[in-house]
Every structure is written in structure tokens, then in C-alpha cells.
Design a binder for this molecule. Sequence first.
Ligand code: FAD
Ligand code: NAP
Length: 512
Amino acid sequence: MAALCRGRYRWKRINCFHVLTRNLTGKYDFDLVVVGGGSGGLACSKEAAQLGLKVAVLDYVEPSAKGTKWGLGGTCVNVGCIPKKLMHQAALLGTAVKDAKKYGWQISGPVCHDWVTMAEAVQNHVRSLNWGHRVQLQDKKVKYLNMNGSLLDQHTVKGLSKAGKETILTARNIVVTTGGRPRYPTNIPGAVEHGLTSDDIFWLKKSPGKTLVVGASYVALECAGFLTGVGMDTTVMVRSIALRGFDQQMAGLVTDYMEAYGTKFAWRSVPKRVDKLSSGALQVTWVDSLTGNEQKDTFDSVLWAVGRAPETKALGLDKLGVQLNKQTGKIVVGADESSSVPNIYAFGDIGEDRPELTPTAIKAGKLLARRLAGHSTELMNYDNVATTVFTPLEYGCVGLSEEEAEMRHGKDGIEVYHAFYKPLEFTVAERDASQCYLKVVCERAGDQKILGLHFTGPNAGEVTQGFALGFQCGATYSHLLQTVGIHPTCAEELTKVHITKRSGLDAMVTGC
Ligand code: FAD
Ligand code: NAP
């Protein structure tokens, strides 16, 4: 069925035609139309097409306030996980170069980092991923439209191209996976005018220079970490605590390591205004909330990492009665990712109460596609999703924080096994390992089921991923002890942990 049209008048005619057709035949242009081609939307559309459904996906990037734009693939590919992890790697290599001398590498002269070389290489890789996604959609016979989607009714999506061309698509089911975008603070003069967000940092053509990062969660600490690592003078402005929601002992180790690594922290500080000086430098005024004193400093860049917000307004969801959470603006969804309106589904970052992580969006998308295709009834399990913060000292965890476990089970209801360990690779390099730590939070009674597992150290993501399987299988402390370690690794320390916090004994690992 032809659904392409240009002017508003023609669109209305075609829209009426669709409504008529649908009522008569019960048929639609597509079995599934997905609005948003990010991690979740692409996974869902490809899986559905593979299972025989006729699928279209719309993806459209509204440029950032600074004018940054990018290609197909969503946040993770373009302005999230991928460029972030590559820049984190650039920073880790800087540390490795320092270690290398101790290991006998003869490196003459100062070792400098060139932002432009790194940024170009990262951006080229991202572009190759954009291309790869387009090819995959084509191979899997998913129709891709580079259009801004909005919903006209529970079976009809309107696509609007950059040039203003409208396309109407009807579908048996519609999936909304439009993710979120970084927020700017609302009441700080100069914030938008002079500030960057994570939508810009990975696409800068030149080095950001001396940078103030405002915020203290995943995005702020990860960005501040790689900026410090590649040689930028970097300050993190924290208004309350770091890594809210994470185990706070672990959060403290992460920020302690960063401070030792060279990142500066302005604790308990709230920005007030950003002014551009005639020199071009940005003067930031902030208030130290402990003393109430106002302070000023100048920076080359200010990066706002103060959270993300969904773009639900332009989707037309309110007119259709799709229930949104008034505070967050996210779509209220059921366990099967259904919204409050039949045939409209949502998941990923746009879904209320969903983890804002790529693997959960991908898995939820695949499972939803299988259910919509009638191939399965399996629901996504959002419990106990493992995660890693890619700070200079990485932090991986799965399950409950110690605070949360204590709240649920009582202080006497849990046993915490912990260890401070020294990664072997730190020894010859003479690196300080004070923040390399792990803890396993268990139920105290019975088999001592593991409630939470936390690890700071090199390759924390790789370490945590393996243990997440055990966790998913209901591992207990004795399972952990029955597991024979791989020597010499950091991960093996988890299989040997035996000192309880309650005992007050020294948790420092000595010897093999
Ligand atoms: P997105 O990937 O955001 O995709 C939504 C897509 O829809 C976008 O392309 C958007 O432009 C498009 N869109 C929006 N509105 C419309 C519309 N009306 N019509 C058409 N298209 C539209 N997660 C991890 O698991 N690991 C990490 O290491 C990690 N690092 C991150 C680092 C940063 C700096 C950030 C910001 C995020 C990071 N995340 C990480 C989170 C991860 O990127 C997101 O959870 C994930 O991308 C969410 O996928 P999604 O499909 O819900 O949305
Ligand atoms: P976030 O987790 O919502 O954290 C926002 C941070 O900004 C908090 O530290 C908050 O402080 C602070 N903040 C908010 N408003 C502020 C203001 N006006 N002034 C000063 N500080 C302010 O947001 P995020 O870091 O952008 O992360 C978003 C999501 O992306 C995460 O939940 C995560 O799921 C995903 N992500 C994942 C990874 C990964 O997997 N490695 C990496 C990056 C992002 P308070 O605590 O005081 O509120």
C-alpha cells in the first residue's frame, strides 16, 4: 500500500484512506512499526523481521543545543557506551605507558596525547557502526526511514523527514523506543549557551581543555575519568553524593582513586552561573553549600552531566491517552512492555522504571519481538542486572548494595565478606592499589545466598559479567568457595574471599 505523501492535504487524504482500508480489511502496511532506532529499537525490529513480520523503523536525531548530530544507532553507538569506552581505553593506555617504563620499555621524551587523533579515530569507528546498522536493516528486510516519528492513533505513525516530507505508516503494533537526551539545568544563566553535554563531548573537533564536569553519577564520573586520563585539567562538581543508588563504600573508593589519579572534586557545590569572558574562557560561579561561600574559577569547557530526560512531548502520546509518569515524562509500562493503550509498547530508556542500559534495552526488544510474533511468551527479567562504571578504576556490581541489603534483611541478617587486594600488574609498576577492593554481601543464615557482589579494579566489567551468571543461578557463598580460581587474576580473589566485615579482621590479601 502506498503511504508516501508530501503536503498536509494529501496526507489527510491518505490517512483517511488508511482508516477506511483498515476497517474493511483489518490489514496494515506493517505488522510492526518501531519509532526510535537505538539499541532497543534496532534489536526489536531486526528480531521481528527475522521471525517473519513486516517491519519498519524510524530513527531521527534532533541536533544537540550545540548543533552536534550523528547517524543511526541511538545513544549507545553515537554518544554513549561506544565512544565513552574507547575514550576510557585511550585514558587507560596513558596509565599503561607510564607503567611500561617500569616494565623495561624505553620511551624517550615526554608522552603527549592528541585529542584530535583520538576523536577522529573514535568518530570513524562510530560512523562504521552507523553504516553497519543500515546494512543489517537492509539485509533483514526492515524498512528504515530517517524520519521523526509521532503517533496519530494506536495503529498509525507519521514520519516527518528533515526536508518536511510526511509519510504515514499503519501497523498492527507500534513500539516506542525513543530513549532520552541529556538535561541542562533550568535555572543557571549561561548553562545552555556556554555548556556542553555528553551529546557533544565525543564529537568535539578540538580538545575541550580545562573542563568542569557538573554531576556525579555514571556519565559525569566516566567523562571526568577519561578527560583526566588524556591530560585535561578536570574538576567534578558534586552537589550531594557520588554514584547515588550504588553501594556508597564502593562509590567512595571510585572517587578516592580518581582524586589520586588527578581529578579534582568540588564537593557539596552547586553551580550558580556561567559567563563567557572577553578572553573566551568560561567563568563559573558556584556556591559551596557547606559554608555558603561563593567561589569562581575559569574553564575552557563546562560539561553538564546532570541526568537525562525522555523526549515524549513530540510523540503525540498524550492525545492518544498513553499514560506517562508526570514527574519523569517516561511511558508507564507493564511487565510485557505494554503501554496503557492497546497495541502501543515501549521499553528501553523511555520506559518508566527501566534500567537505562543498552543490554536491557536489547534483550527487552528481542523478547518483545518474539512475543509479538507469537513465538514466545517469555518476559524480560529486569532483576539483578549487572553493571559497570567505567571510571579510571572500574567498578562492577550485581545485586544489592550493602546499604540496601541491610535495609531489607537487617544488619544481623547479612554477612559481608570482603578483601583489599593488589592486582599483580600493579606490583612491578609500583601502582597504589589502596582502592582495589571486593565484597560479597550474603544472607547470614542458611546457605548464605549471595545478595550483592561488588568489585573495583582493572577490567571490572569482564570480572562482573562472569559472576553475574552465578548470581542469576542463585549462587551462595559456599558455591563461591567451591569455585576454583584462575591464577593469577584479579577475579580469583572473589573465589577466595573469607574475611567477614563483622570480624573486624584485616581484609588485606597477602600472598597468593
Ligand atoms: P536510544 O539508544 O537513546 O535510542 C533512541 C533513538 O530514537 C535515538 O536514535 C533517537 O535519536 C531516536 N528518536 C528519538 N525520538 C525520535 C522520534 N520521535 N522519531 C524517530 N526517532 C527518534 N549503557 C550501558 O549499558 N553501558 C554503558 O557503558 C553506557 N554508557 C553510556 C554512556 C553515556 C555517555 C550515556 C549517555 C549513556 C550510556 N549508556 C550505557 C546508556 C545507553 O546508551 C542507553 O541505555 C541505551 O542507548 C538506551 O537505548 P534505547 O534504545 O532505549 O534508546
Ligand atoms: P543520573 O544517574 O540521573 O545522575 C545525575 C547526576 O547529576 C547526579 O549525580 C545528580 O546529583 C546530578 N545533578 C542533577 N541535577 C543537578 C544540578 N542541577 N546540579 C548539579 N548536579 C545535578 O544521570 P547520568 O549520569 O546522566 O546517567 C543516566 C543513565 O545513563 C544512568 O542511570 C545509567 O543507567 C546510564 N549510563 C550507564 C553507563 C554504564 O553502564 N557504564 C554509563 C553512563 C550512563 P544528585 O545525586 O544530587 O541528584
